[in-house]
Design a protein around this ligand. Structure first.
Ligand code: C2E
Ligand code: CA
Ligand code: CA
Length: 799
């Protein structure tokens, strides 16, 4: 509330009036403005007050003409008219002042002026020679009433001043009418005056409060308008947000700085252009979002945050447009008004997020989630339009060994390079994904010809096989590929995936770095494998597994020096199943651990019954080796059987050393620490056998039978065999040659100083019946012992 300095009475009155007219709740600033407006409305009426005062003064001078009081009346009305003139002057000055420059004293001065004028008029009324004439009294009352009415009109918005004027005036008038006669008609006149005054003041308060309410809301609207104006100006000046507008014909009639900056088109060129046409020119053809927007504008509908990809000022960016049709009071369409903003940054961020969600962060290829999504869309398209497609599974060969031997960093870099090669080979429409680890997948949505898919697979195999240079070192890796064609090899996603996987399985089983197309036999083979796996689970408990023993003979005198244990599965229906058929199945499940443990125990148990100079060799699957605490198992088998550790030999293949070689070497050393010897089996079939020979000092290497076989008519093979034999001599390793089938081979191998020979030439793997007979024939001096063993075996067979 505005503070009027001066006597406390003013403040009290002001506060009372403010409360009565509802101006007490206003903020000081608004109250100040309001006071300004109140005073202005008072000021506007001061000439009317002056005119009324001059008229009443003239009548009163006329009425008192000739009376001795004339001179006093003249002086008093003179003062009143002078004061009125002064207030007209003050009002003129006030009109020039702004709300903020209204001095606080103006309000008080106005009230004082009103009070002084009221008192002056009351004085004049009582100076009139009214005792002489009822006419004068009547005229005085009419004059007072008239002045009260004019004051009411002039001061209606400022009740304080009105009260200050009217109260003394009416008091004077009442004094006048009651001074001479106490008769009822005078009381009636007095009462009437009071009633009028009451009504006048009430109306004034009512009017003033309406005025306050009106002005207050007006001020509020003004303030809001100012704020909106300010925001709009700021909005229009910003580059990333802008305002646009069109007329009823769709021509642009409002352009803000942001729009010209965003488009690079000057304002003059934009003004008057067709808005929809303009957008059509800068959006890509056939954009569905633009079509929506066009329809909305055609239907005069409001649209909000329509995101458009536009090429503005030569660069691609994203706009968000909002628009609203405008109508006048009678509903005539005026055009559109709307805003726009450049949301390129946001869109790019969104795109980055989607990219992250859909792509493998390391290689940038699609990830499994997105791949599955795409496969589902391919299948949906197949169902709907019959569009065929192909799915390829890629699995790197021996990637794990790179990872383990050269570290994960190198492994990751290799994956990135492989991904790049894959991406280079495939076409834009194809989808390449990394499913995890070293597994990749390709979806070829437009590939329906087997020949094309095969060509692509061959190219992938060729390209991926080329050497990689990572940190100045050469790295090699291959890839196996399984292919399923849809709908030929399946119409459901799970079916297609499974069949491509089966084809991949076959590619790996058939030697790696090759591709295989799915064939229906693979499905039946897979089913077969599942059946076998079920049977295999029960095989150990049912005593269906048996060990055959194949002799190893000394190259020097061809006398047996030991046996290699070779497992067979005596299947109740299928008969004798070869290890090549069921060991991979056992490895695929966890059965290999039970089977492997069983083999070690069984071989040790058998060997203790043989002549003491004979050793027993046990093949160890890499999976078994990794999944169990193998040295513990060996230790227990030796303890349980009582076999001397020197008589046990463990055969491993170099594949075991390809993953985690340090860990494997550690475990091998533990086994050797028990006194057991370790042989490297199938030597020469792997990749870099020599490097593995350096990692662990084997006791023996067994040359793969493919070399022995080839040596019969191949000079190179013979040279290789010679080289291996001399290598064995250098490294102080025993050399065993496997698969010796001919006398010729045996002689050659003995000639190049192989230590031991193994093969059908000497004996096939022997079962528990043939083995004692073999021993009987080939180990002189132990005949009786062996005969007893043979009888025991025959007895077992008979029971
Ligand atoms: P391997 O360790 O190389 O075993 C030698 C294989 O060569 C045996 O086949 C044997 O019967 C065969 N063989 C021996 N002499 C000749 C010959 O003169 N000519 C020809 N053509 N072949 C000959 P088998 O018993 O079928 O075993 C195949 C493979 O299965 C083995 O190859 C070995 O890797 C694996 N295996 C055998 N028994 C076990 C076992 O108890 N555990 C594990 N983990 N694998 C085993
Ligand atoms: Ca072997
Ligand atoms: Ca072998």
């Amino acid at each position: 509330m505005i503070r009027i300095p001066g006597s406390g009475l003013f403040s009290v009155v002001n506060r009372f009036v403010d409360r009565a007219i509802g101006a007490d709740g206003l903020s000081p600033l608004v109250r100040q403005k309001l006071l300004h407006q109140q005073l202005r409305s008072v000021a506007e009426m001061t000439p009317a007050m002056l005119a009324a005062s001059v008229a009443v003064a003239a009548v009163f001078l006329m009425l008192s003409w000739g009376s001795p009081r004339f001179i006093w009346v003249a002086v008093a009305v003179g003062v009143i008219v002078a004061m009125q003139l002064h207030s007209v002057y003050l009002a003129f000055r006030h009109a020039q002042a702004t709300a903020h420059s209204v001095p606080n004293t103006t309000g008080r001065r106005t009230i004082i002026y009103a009070l002084l004028l009221g008192v002056a008029w009351a004085l004049v009324l009582n100076l009139l020679p009214s005792a002489d004439s009822a006419t004068i009294r009547g005229a005085a009352v009419i004059g007072a009433g008239g002045l009260a009415c004019v004051a009411m009109m002039a001061l209606v918005n400022y009740p304080q001043a009105l009260a200050a004027f009217i109260i003394p005036l009416i008091d004077g008038a009442l004094g006048l009418v009651t001074a001479f006669d106490n008769g009822p008609e005078f009381w009636a006149q007095g009462a009437l005056l009071l009633i009028f005054i009451f009504i006048l003041v009430t109306i004034s308060f009512y009017h003033a409060s309406a005025f306050v309410a009106h002005r207050a809301s007006e001020t509020l609207v003004e303030e809001k308008g100012e704020i909106i104006g300010l925001l709009l100006r700021e909005f229009e000046q910003s580059i990333s947000d802008w305002i646009w507008g069109t007329d009823a014909d769709g021509a642009i009639n409002r352009v803000s700085a942001g729009l010209t900056a965003a488009t690079g088109v000057p304002e003059d060129a934009l003004m008057g252009a067709d808005f929809v046409h303009f957008l059509r020119c800068i959006t890509p053809p056939g954009d569905p979002m633009f079509a929506h927007l066009e329809a909305d504008i055609a239907n005069r509908e409001t649209f909000q945050d329509v995101n458009l990809l536009v090429v503005a000022d030569g660069t691609e960016c994203w706009w968000s447009l909002t628009g609203k049709p405008a109508f006048d009071e009678v509903g005539t369409y005026l055009g559109y008004i709307g805003t726009g903003s450049d949301i390129t940054e946001r869109k790019l961020a969104e795109r980055r997020i989607t990219m992250l969600a859909h792509h493998d962060s390391m290689t940038g290829l699609l990830n499994r989630t997105k791949f599955t999504e795409n496969l589902n869309s391919c299948v949906a398209r197949l169902e709907r339009y019959g569009t065929p497609f192909a799915l390829m599974f890629l699995d790197l060969d021996h990637f794990k060994s790179v990872n383990d031997s050269r570290g994960h960093m190198t492994g990751d870099k290799l994956l990135v390079q492989v991904s790049r090669r894959i991406a280079n080979v495939v076409r834009d429409a194809d989808m390449a994904a990394r499913l995890g680890g070293d597994e990749f997948a390709l979806l070829l949505p437009s590939e329906c010809e087997v020949a094309d898919v095969v060509a692509l697979a061959e190219r992938l195999i060729h390209d991926i096989k080329q050497p990689y240079v990572i940190d100045d070192e050469q790295v090699n890796v291959g890839v196996s590929i399984g292919i399923a064609m849809a709908p030929l090899n399946g119409t459901r996603p799970d079916q297609i995936l499974r069949n491509a996987d089966l084809a991949l399985y076959r590619a790996k089983a058939d030697g790696r770095s090759i591709y295989r197309l799915f064939e229906s036999e693979m499905d039946s083979e897979a089913r077969e494998r599942r059946l076998l796996e079920g049977d295999l689970r029960e095989a150990i408990g049912n005593d269906e597994l048996v060990l055959y023993y194949q002799p190893l003979v000394s190259a020097h005198d061809e006398k047996p020096v030991g046996f290699e244990a070779l497992i067979r599965w005596n299947h109740p229906i299928r008969g004798l199943v070869a290890p090549a058929e069921f060991i991979p199945i056992a490895e695929h499940s966890n059965l290999i651990v039970d089977i492997g443990d069983w083999t070690i125990f069984e071989a040790c148990k058998a060997a203790v019954t043989w002549p003491e100079h004979l050793t027993v060799a046990v093949n160890l699957s890499a999976k078994h080796f990794r999944r169990s605490d193998i040295s513990q198992v060996v230790q227990r088998a030796l303890a349980v059987s009582g076999l001397a550790p020197e008589r046990l030999e463990i055969e491993i293949t170099e594949g075991l050393l390809m993953e985690n070689p340090e860990q494997v070497v550690e475990k091998l050393a533990e086994i050797r620490a028990l006194g057991v010897s370790i042989a490297m089996d199938d030597f020469g079939t792997g990749y870099s056998s020599l490097s593995y020979l350096q990692k662990f000092s084997f006791d023996k290497i067994k040359i793969d039978r493919s070399f022995v076989h080839a040596s019969s008519d191949n000079e190179v093979s013979r040279d290789i065999l010679k080289a291996i034999a001399s290598l064995g001599k250098t490294l102080k390793l025993k050399i065993t040659a496997e698969g010796v089938e001919t006398r010729e081979q045996a002689d050659f191998l003995a000639g190049i100083a192989c230590n031991q020979l193994q093969g059908f030439l000497f004996s096939r793997p022997l079962d528990s019946i043939d083995l004692p007979l073999y021993l009987l024939k080939n180990v002189p001096g132990r005949a009786a012992e062996v005969k007893a063993e043979a009888e025991r075996a025959l007895g077992r067979l008979a029971s």
